[in-house]
Write a protein that binds this ligand. Structure first.
Ligand code: ZN
Length: 233
């Protein structure tokens, strides 16, 4: 270890006395090797393992609605859980790096399985105004992590969110669907034409956002699969 590395390690230890690094999920202290989430919380994440299963719970939700080839989510979402905290952290706490790391973990699980046939990864876009406020698109960062694990490219500027939708939280399923319908437009069909596209988002609730994206991609003659970090059950 160089003198500088030793010095840095001392400084890190010293700083952690005053600014302990806390797990975003449980609030407990973390060791130097841990980032954002402690090992205990990482190990207890409710993984769905649905990528291994044909006609899984996520795929079934799109049946008869839009044409989706494969679909899966990394984790099960429930309110007041570690997963909600993770999603909150990547969305509202200016933590794009955590989104990349979650994508990387997810992508590592997807490797070697059914999702290997994906050609290109497309994140669900944010509206420009929201992007300015947040400074980054969390779905794009998740896509970057998945892309790194799978060794596939990410294509931006395929879709654009042309309208900022109102908040979805107090709406019923049909209203949510009506709310997002037609808000995405296909910007550059050539980037995805005839390809197997993996559409990536942070969380799957009603599926309305994903459906609107799939509809926008339809004219590009692409086959579309879906991967989200979390899904409601
Ligand atoms: Zn923890």
């Amino acid at each position: 270890m160089s003198v500088f590395a030793i010095l840095r390690s001392w400084l890190d230890d010293f700083a952690s006395l005053f600014f302990p690094r806390l797990c975003v999920c449980c609030g407990g202290g973390m060791n130097k090797a841990e980032r954002d989430v402690c090992t205990d919380c990482l190990c207890s994440l409710p993984r769905t393992r649905m990528h291994e299963i044909e006609a899984n719970l996520v795929e079934v939700r799109f049946f008869g609605r839009v044409d989706v080839s494969l679909a899966t989510s990394f984790l099960f979402f429930e309110k007041d859980t570690v997963v909600q905290k993770l999603l909150h952290e990547i969305k509202y706490h200016d933590n794009p790096q955590l989104a990349v790391r979650l994508g990387l973990m997810f992508g590592t699980e997807l490797k070697g399985g059914r999702f290997e046939s994906v050609d290109v990864i497309v994140p669900v876009p944010l509206h420009e105004k929201r992007l300015k406020e947040r400074g980054y698109n969390q779905s794009e960062r998740i896509a970057n992590g998945i892309a790194k694990a799978l060794g596939k490219p990410v294509a931006l500027n395929v879709l654009a969110r042309t309208k900022g939708n109102e908040t979805q939280t107090k709406k019923g399923a049909y209203e949510r669907w009506e709310n997002v319908r037609g808000i995405f437009s296909l910007m550059d069909a050539e980037l995805v034409k005839g390809k197997h596209v993996l559409l990536v988002d942070d969380v799957l609730t009603t599926g309305a956002t994903i459906e609107a994206c799939v509809e926008a991609l339809a004219s590009a003659e692409a086959s579309v699969s879906v991967a989200t970090i979390a899904t409601v059950q």
